[in-house]
Every structure is written in structure tokens, then in C-alpha cells.
Design a protein around this ligand. Structure first.
Ligand code: PEP
Length: 260
């Protein structure tokens, strides 16, 4: 039995106080629940330390992740946030390659490769996102796009580096649109990704690699997605901003693990 991972990506939302309140609400509802599912919350940079402190104080266990990391180690890069800063603020994870970063901040596969390396060197676990645009799927190029993203940003890693990485398949057309990939579409891509990992790193590593689904995942569709053989949990955007909704998704992850 493989437990699930559920990650909340808060994006650029919430004031400091709202972020504190949301974490406290989640913790209050979940208090003393025994979970198989690992939970990671990714708030904005200025809230990492507060979120990490709250995670330590709470009886509800969760990890903290950043939403981005600089591709540079340190120095004169005004406005950048380094892997060391993130790690020393109490976070253990870091989203890399989110489609919003690729799209709005022009992050390329080469740049994302550098970010992944720097995260691993600084003992952060990369949550590496891959996903195709709608036009690419319509042109039947979606498998090639995902394969290139993996090969150009991740497959240079040796096995000890790669085993630290969590993958998230996030079809761009499903992010924040309310359109979810069907369980069959998601499963098909997850199985493909796992086959690529198997080819490169072997079947044991392929089994151990977490491949999460992201894209308009919510309390209504989560269970059907999580029951798919190759879906190991979810990367949740909008639905992670409401305590009850996020908790229902965690419950779906728990149910799917028990049905494994
Ligand atoms: C995301 O931003 O990673 C995401 C999956 O967003 P949403 O759930 O809102 O589609």
C-alpha cells in the first residue's frame, strides 16, 4: 500500500492574518486525526516561517513548501529567493516548473533544470510540474511535450537525486479553469510518465516515484482521480484555499489508500 500526498498551492493569495487563520482552521478540524496521507502546504514566501512554526505547534502534521525557488545560489539577484532561504525558513519542499511560472515568467526547461539541482543540493524536495497546453493535446503532441519536459529538466539526475523528486502532472488547460482531466485522461498520462521513469531509472524507482495530479481537482472529483492506479495524490490550487474543501480532498486521499 502506497500512501497519498496532497499538496495545497495557495498561489498569490491571502494576507498574513488570513494565511494564519486558514492554517489554524485546517489544523483545528484535523486535530488528532491519524492520517496515512502526507500533507504539504505551499503559502507565499513571506509566510513560510509562520506556517512552519504553526506546523510544529499543531498536533495535525503537515509540511511546508515554497511555490518557487531561484535558479541562483546567492548574490546580486534583487527580488529572488534562494533555496537556502527557503530551507532555513522551515520549508522542506518547493514547487518547480508550475505552468504559471513557465507561462508568465518564461521559465524554460533549462532554467527549471538549474532550479531542480539547486533545490536538491539545499535539501529541498522538488515538486516538479509538467503539463501540456490545450493546443498541444489537440494536436496529439501531449505525450511528446511531457517527455521533453522530463528529459530536459530532470533526467540528467542520477538515481539518488531523482528519488527525491515528486512529479505533478498538471494539464495547463485544467489549471484554474474548472475543467478537470477525466480520470481516464489523467491515468493515461500518469502511466506514460511512470513508464518513462521506469525506462530511465528502473521499475522499482518508477513504483516509488510519486506522480500527483493537478488541475481543478476538488472535493467532488478527487476520489475518482485518486482511485486511478498511477495517481498518487493531488496538487491542489483553488480548492486548497478553503479549509473544508481541502480537508474533503484529504479524506478522499485517505479513502483511496484504504481501497488500494
Ligand atoms: C495549481 O495551481 O497547481 C492547480 C492545480 O490549480 P487549480 O487546482 O486551481 O486548478
Amino acid at each position: 500500500m502506497k500512501n497519498k500526498i496532497v499538496i495545497g498551492n495557495w498561489k498569490m493569495n491571502n494576507s498574513f492574518t488570513e494565511a494564519e487563520e486558514l492554517l489554524t482552521s485546517i489544523a483545528n478540524i484535523m486535530e488528532d486525526m491519524t492520517l496515512e496521507t502526507e500533507i504539504v502546504i505551499c503559502p507565499a514566501f513571506p509566510y513560510l516561517e509562520m506556517a512552519a512554526d504553526l506546523a510544529e505547534d499543531n498536533s495535525f502534521p503537515y509540511y511546508i513548501g515554497a511555490q518557487n525557488v531561484s535558479s541562483e545560489e546567492k548574490g546580486a539577484y534583487t527580488g529572488e529567493v534562494s533555496a537556502l532561504m527557503i530551507k532555513s525558513s522551515g520549508a522542506d519542499f518547493c514547487i518547480i516548473g508550475h505552468s504559471e511560472r513557465r507561462m508568465y515568467f518564461h521559465e524554460t526547461n533549462v532554467c527549471l533544470r538549474k532550479k531542480t539541482d539547486i533545490a536538491i543540493v539545499n535539501d529541498l524536495i522538488p515538486i516538479f510540474c509538467v503539463g501540456e497546453q490545450l493546443v498541444e493535446r489537440e494536436a496529439q503532441n501531449h505525450f511528446t511535450v511531457i517527455e521533453n519536459q522530463l528529459k530536459e529538466s530532470l533526467f540528467h539526475l542520477d538515481r539518488s537525486g531523482f528519488e527525491r523528486v515528486i512529479l505533478a502532472y498538471e494539464p495547463v488547460w485544467a489549471i484554474g479553469t474548472g475543467i478537470t482531466a477525466t480520470p481516464a485522461q489523467a491515468q493515461e498520462m500518469h502511466a506514460f510518465i511512470r513508464s518513462l521513469v521506469a525506462e530511465k531509472y528502473g521499475t522499482e524507482q518508477a513504483y516509488n516515484t510519486y506522480i500527483l495530479y493537478g488541475g481543478s481537482c476538488n472535493s467532488k472529483n478527487a476520489l475518482d482521480l485518486f482511485l486511478c492506479k498511477d495517481i498518487d495524490g493531488g496538487l491542489i490550487g483553488g480548492a486548497s484555499l478553503t479549509a473544508n474543501e481541502f480537508i474533503e480532498i484529504i479524506r478522499a486521499a485517505e479513502t483511496s489508500t484504504k481501497n488500494d
